[in-house]
Ligand binder design. Structure first.
Ligand code: C2O
Length: 348
């Protein structure tokens, strides 16, 4: 065995960070200088299972539940780590390098564009989902997923554009609202729109085939580069992370803001409620890729497996959770409703 090069944050070392090259932001949690006692992660009760469903197929009663939970979350004070802004700032902290790595003073921990991308976001939305459920006393509550990889899901799900709901967010590109079909390979420099709806859908399916299959035949191509303690050189996102993940962040954010905030930059992205449905789909596609490859491409590097993060759970306990804790979603108590994989037959 070699050295332990697993990574983890030093929660008492948080700094202002760059949200854009020209914008210094501060998203450290209040009182971070004082260490908070934590417990090791324990698997939840295996039942009831939280079944994550496609956002475009939700019924009124589910939307009403989620509406209530999110409204409560948004009303909590900033001191409460369960509050919506504190949840959003978790993303700012870990995606702009606000924390140092443990025992590496002067370092910057940044989970994007590395093999921490999938597990870190899985952890973030796992706790987020459980907090939402606990705020309405519903232990079956499950985040929806925005199924932008299947034709029926390629527009922003309708309830996110209902202005009277907590799902609405003003810092978005309104020209991309339904019925506009998302461009999974969007660049703000493109002539917009590049394609009409039908052509865009076909282009998206062929693109998905590349991201999930033909372009993702090796572990590192899908998962991103190896990122270990002291590492400064890892800066290579996996196929899905670079697009559709990044491209849809950009596609949603407002073209009136310099970084297409809020979704267009990581410091602000999780302030938009659609972020969580976007990441639920990313998380699902990680499972789909593992499934397509019979789990033979799964990472078995002990530094990855032992890397850890800390999150507040629904009971306000700070929990230390390792990458190896989040590799079996059944043990995490959630599942995804099966949807078709139409892109599998769209080999260009
Ligand atoms: Cu941490 Cu969708 O980004």
């Amino acid at each position: 065995g070699g050295k332990n090069l697993a990574i983890g944050p030093n929660l008492t070392a948080c700094h202002s960070s760059y949200g854009r090259p020209d914008l210094l932001v501060y998203c450290c949690p209040p009182g971070f200088q004082t260490p908070v006692p934590f417990t090791d992660f324990k698997f939840p009760d295996p039942s009831p299972v939280r079944v994550r469903r496609p956002a475009h197929l939700l019924n009124e009663s589910f939307i009403a539940k989620y509406n209530k939970a999110l409204s409560i979350m948004k009303s909590l004070p900033y001191d409460d780590p369960r509050s919506f802004l504190r949840q959003a700032n978790l993303h700012c902290q870990f995606c702009t390098g606000a924390y140092e790595m443990l025992n590496r003073s002067g370092s910057e921990l940044n989970i994007h564009r590395t093999w921490m991308f999938f597990p870190w976001h899985r952890m973030m939305i796992y706790f987020h989902e459980r907090i939402l459920g606990s705020l309405i006393g519903d232990d079956t509550f499950a985040l929806p997923f925005w199924a932008w990889d299947i034709p029926d899901g390629m527009t922003i799900p309708d309830f996110y554009v209902d202005e009277s709901s907590p799902f609405f967010h003003s810092q978005r590109d309104f020209s991309h609202f339904p019925p506009r079909v998302a461009d999974l390979d969007y660049s703000p420099d493109d002539n917009d729109p590049r394609f009409d709806g039908k052509e865009q859908t076909e282009t998206n399916l062929a693109f998905m085939y590349n991201r999930m299959v033909s372009g993702a035949k090796k572990t590192e191509l899908f998962m991103g580069c190896t990122y270990k303690a002291g590492d400064k050189n890892c800066d290579s996102p996996g196929t899905i992370e670079s697009a559709p993940h990044n491209t849809l962040h950009t596609w949603i954010g407002s073209g009136l803001n310099p970084g297409r905030e809020d979704m267009g930059k990581f410091y602000s992205a999780a302030k938009d409620p659609v972020f969580y449905a976007h990441h639920s789909n990313i998380d699902r596609l990680w499972e789909v890729w593992r499934d397509i490859n019979d789990r033979k491409l799964d990472i078995d590097d002990s530094d990855w497996l032992n890397s850890f993060f800390l999150f507040y759970d629904e009971n306000l306990n700070l929990v230390k959770i390792k990458v190896k804790d989040v590799l079996d979603i059944t043990k995490l108590g959630y599942s995804y409703e099966e949807v078709a994989r139409p892109w599998l037959s769209h080999r260009p």
